[in-house]
Design a protein around this ligand. Sequence first.
Ligand code: THU
Length: 129
Amino acid sequence: MNLEDRSRLIAAALAVRHQAYAPYSNFRVGAALLAESGQIIAGCNVENASYGMTICAERTAAFAAVAQGHIRFQALALVTDGGALPCGACRQVLAEFCDDLPIWVVDIQHPEQVAEYTLNVLLPGRFML
Ligand code: THU
């Protein structure tokens, strides 16, 4: 993984965060997946008046990626105000497609700092069939 890939992935997550539809929480999330091919697929959170129908940015990105034919990923970038980590549901969805996955987390208050995690650290003992 080179620094150029990392910065273009973070740039994509920062950009897509502006598309977030979050009128209920006002908490905007941008996620971007770097596919094995090098292509970037981005997603934002999309809320709903029926709160439970809301979908997180990470799952929006993952499902869009699958629809575009990508099921193997090199990394995820996640951007929020505060540097939140992926929720449990999104961790499980990401784990469907990766043995492990670097996750780069950016707080828009400090965009120059990138916190690095891995999916296996965030989700030990994933559910498997
Ligand atoms: N959200 C995400 O997009 N990703 C997460 O990992 C956790 C939460 C969204 C869902 C909702 O629109 C807002 O953040 C507040 O929960």
